[in-house]
Design a protein around this ligand. Structure first.
Ligand code: GLU
Length: 431
């Protein structure tokens, strides 16, 4: 069983999409089930509607799943299992107030020591606990031995007990912390492989410990994916527009391009351009680089041009808001100077707008007059010869306004390449 566990607390980041994608691919390769678990237990950070937005994005990318779970539906299990850990002596009630803990944290800072919970409440007797009426959190007991696991990308990992600490599993209001809810939910769903971002690496021993105390013996495999860096070599953050999947889609990058790119970076692939279905036949999670992947928008643009080129003309035409094959073919000619759907759309829309030509204003008007009662010409050369004769214009005084009249621009692809695709729409174009 594989899972993708998004938090509905913000826009989907490309790092999250990469995690979803790799889980989906591995589940397909091993013919195992794949679930989506919306981690919605942090009520204060949840953003209304983000869960739906994430599901829509997955849908758009063709990432299908077998089951959808909301973490909040498992709250009763989190509480029950928290009580079990308390009763078995693997967890304890901690009455330390936030203020006390903050003071101790400050002191540790002053002493230049790493702060660790000092275990005061671990030593309380049963009667001291029962008689205490103050609010309390539940902390798990730090393990007596190292926690070890193997990561499919990073290799063997070992964590010392002190790095795990007596961490909180249930808050004062008895809602579960991320590590506790996550560990329980993965156990309840029998998740056997966890692929997620490396920012969760230090959480893994904690989650392993929770399941160990609960007597869960199934071995879970892990793959922690390296972070993605921006072009200045820093971790991509929400401030980098390109990190938002929604932004990339709105800019006109195709889902197929984004998928291709997220599999390509930090990886060795047999080809540079491929589809998701192709990647499923050769993708190997263990070959993903341990080093951070670098996000390069120039490369993404290049891939986008390739994927746009591969679209059938009618689909491309629809992407840019038209419905004819000719316009799709015309759009491909513009790939020389445009690399996103939006950029191409601007070019094509300009062709259909009312035009002017500042440099050769008079000639432009003459040319326009010459197009009155324009016969149909199959070939550009015939069209050109007819207009040249009718307008009496020659050389650049003819070609410049002609380009403006046909494309709305003073530079661009050869008119002879454009003409075959616009010849049936001249009535709408020349204005
Ligand atoms: N909800 C966590 C996140 O969005 C993912 C947790 C996990 O994959 O274990 O970062």
């Amino acid at each position: 069983m594989y899972r993708f566990a998004p938090s509905p607390t913000g826009d989907m980041h490309i790092g999250n999409l990469r995690v979803a994608l790799f889980n989906y691919i591995c589940a397909k390769q091993s013919k195992e089930k794949f679930i989506i678990r919306v981690e919605d237990t942090d009520k204060e950070r949840n953003i209304e509607g983000k869960d739906q937005e994430i599901l829509e994005i997955l849908n758009l990318f063709g990432i299908t799943y077998d089951q959808l779970i909301y973490q909040s539906d498992n709250l009763k299990f989190h509480r029950q299992l928290g009580s079990k850990l308390l009763m078995d002596g693997n967890a304890f009630s901690c009455f330390c107030s936030a203020k006390t803990l903050e003071e101790k944290r400050e002191q540790a800072k002053k002493d230049k020591k790493a702060y660790r919970y000092d275990g005061v409440c671990k030593k309380l007797s049963d009667s001291e606990v029962i008689e205490n009426e103050n609010p309390f959190v539940v902390r798990i007991k730090e393990p007596s031995e190292k926690i070890e696991f193997t990561d499919l990308i990073k290799g063997d990992m070992k964590f010392e007990p002190k790095d795990i600490d007596d961490f909180v599993i249930l808050r004062v209001d008895k809602t579960p912390t991320y590590n506790f809810a996550c560990a329980i939910d993965d156990m309840l769903s029998n998740v056997s492989v966890i692929i997620r971002g490396e920012d969760h690496l230090s959480n893994t021993p904690k989650q392993e410990l929770i399941r160990k105390y609960l007597g869960y013996n199934e071995k879970v495999k892990y793959a922690h994916l390296p972070i993605i860096l921006n072009d200045s070599g820093k971790k991509m953050s929400k401030r980098d527009d390109e990190s938002s999947v929604k932004w990339l889609l709105e800019e006109g990058f195709l889902p197929d391009t984004i998928i291709n790119y997220l599999i390509l970076i930090g990886n060795k692939t047999p080809t540079e351009i491929f589809s998701l279905d192709e990647a499923i036949t050769w993708f190997d999670i263990t070959k993903v680089s341990k080093n951070p992947a670098k996000f390069d928008i120039t490369k993404l643009r290049q891939l986008n041009r390739e994927h746009i080129k591969a679209l059938d003309p009618l689909s491309l035409s629809k992407f840019i808001g038209y419905s004819s094959k000719d316009i799709g073919k015309l759009a491909k000619i513009y790939l020389e100077e445009a690399s996103t759907i939006n950029e191409i759309k601007v070019k094509i829309d300009t062709i259909f707008k009312t035009k002017t030509c500042d440099e050769f204003e008079q000639e432009f008007e003459l040319l326009k007059v010459a197009t009155k009662d324009l016969p149909y010409f199959k070939e550009f050369d015939e069209f050109k010869a007819y207009l040249g004769e009718k307008s009496g214009l020659k050389g650049k005084k003819f070609f410049k306004p002609l380009r403006s009249l046909l494309t709305g621009s003073d530079s661009g692809p050869n008119l002879s390449d454009i003409y075959p695709h616009i010849k049936n729409y001249l009535g709408e174009i020349i204005k």
